[in-house]
Design a protein around this ligand. Structure first.
Ligand code: KG4
Ligand code: ZN
Length: 370
């Protein structure tokens, strides 16, 4: 039993978690929301790279083939057996219905057969709780046994991936308030689309950031939509159109895109996205007097985003602590983050999960419903 878990007044729990909301078949074993004993991800990237994006039927078929071996591997790597697992967590939504069904059915069946609680989790709550993974031993008790290094709420989180782009406020564990969101595309979706136009392949985020290293971020002055709107929403469709126009003009003028042009567009595009994301995050942090600011979701793997938020925190003389997953494995879809979120959700209100067997996967699941 980990010592720290008893100091934060949460119960001690070993959770097996499953995530199949899109194109990764994932299973993990996580202790007390933080200690990852195993995290297995069977990626379908190579399959979907051929089509330049995820084909739902293909993704679902792959989940069917991989789900059992991935669960077995996660248990074996963690060195635990079913008797030691105390609950089973699973992504309930949002995501592709045909993908969600596979993981959800597996989890619900295992929970029923093994007689263990089922903890359905919102995918974005998972991304948010990825920031607690591997932070074992950070909680310190004083001589009276009081926890003196607790999480510093309020926390403002920028969570961005291919499917969502949101600013979230947490005043305490397991409670989420939506502060702002994209009015059109998510930033990750824009990375994927621009990468395709530049011939850089799928997924676009890592490919664009790699190309951007060799490019000039000031080569093109791409628009920063809604930077001064005063609210905390985002819009990336105008930026996408501006980049598309520059690429089309180059095609017309030169016939093909040079390596330098691709690198310059990638760097300028990335700079515009990251500028808006970081500015809005810190605007929200100021408005809500955040003690911590977090980066979450696939786009939080972007090194320039991390760097720019750090630079702006210094420039604006802010005191908020910055957190992101040092281990890039936890930024993109994985099951450990679902096990992490499940722990905090369940610990905060176990009674809420008494009838979870009756729930079904939900492609449009809302995190902020009261
Ligand atoms: O969270 P995630 O694995 O899946 C969804 O929930 O959508 O995020 C995937 C997204 C993709 O759009 C991918 O291009 C983007 O995250 N991404 C990145 C980087 N790594 C992944 N975007 C920018 N820079 C990166 N280094
Ligand atoms: Zn995700």
């Amino acid at each position: 039993m980990a010592l720290y878990c008893c100091t934060i007044k949460f119960i001690c729990m070993l959770i097996l978690s499953i995530e199949t909301s899109c194109d990764e078949t994932a299973c993990a074993v996580v202790r007390d929301g933080r200690e990852v004993l195993s995290s297995v991800v069977a990626s379908q990237i190579d399959i979907h790279a051929a089509t330049g994006g995820v084909v739902p039927e293909v993704a679902a078929r792959e989940h069917v083939l991989k789900i059992v071996p991935v669960i077995e591997e996660a248990l074996a790597k963690a060195g635990v057996n079913w008797d030691q697992i105390e609950a089973i967590a699973v992504t309930r939504g949002p995501g592709l219905l045909s993908s969600l069904i596979i993981g959800y059915t597996a989890a619900a069946t295992l929970a029923k057969v093994m007689g263990k609680p089922l903890i359905p989790v919102h995918h974005v709550a998972g991304h948010i709780y990825a920031n607690w993974l591997d932070r074992v031993g950070e909680d310190v008790t004083d001589s009276a046994g009081k926890n003196i290094a607790k999480d510093d709420f309020p926390i403002v989180i920028l969570t961005v991936s291919g499917g969502h782009n949101e600013l979230v406020l947490m005043r305490k564990h397991a409670e989420f308030e939506l502060l702002g969101e994209t009015q059109d595309d998510a930033a990750g979706e824009a990375f994927d689309k621009i990468a395709r136009l530049l011939g850089l392949g799928y997924p676009g985020g890592p490919a664009i950031s790699k190309a951007a290293f060799k490019g000039n971020a000031e080569a093109f002055d791409f628009p920063r939509a809604m930077m001064k709107s005063g609210n905390l929403d985002f819009s990336f469709s105008g930026l996408k159109t501006a980049v598309l126009r520059v690429i089309e003009e180059e095609h017309t003028a030169k016939g093909q895109l040079s390596e330098k042009f691709i690198a310059d567009v990638a760097a300028s595009f990335q700079e515009a996205v990251v500028d808006v994301l970081s500015e809005k995050l810190l605007q929200a942090a100021r408005e809500y007097q955040a003690k911590e600011v977090h980066l979450a979701g696939g786009v939080s793997a972007n090194l320039r985003l991390r760097e720019m938020v750090e630079q702006k925190i210094k420039k604006y003389k802010m005191e908020a602590k910055l957190h992101y997953c040092k281990n890039l494995h936890y930024c993109t879809d994985n099951a450990a983050m679902i096990g992490g979120a499940a722990y905090y959700l369940y610990s905060s209100n176990p009674a809420a999960f008494a009838n979870s067997e009756s729930l079904l996967p939900s492609p449009q699941l809302d995190l902020y419903q009261k």
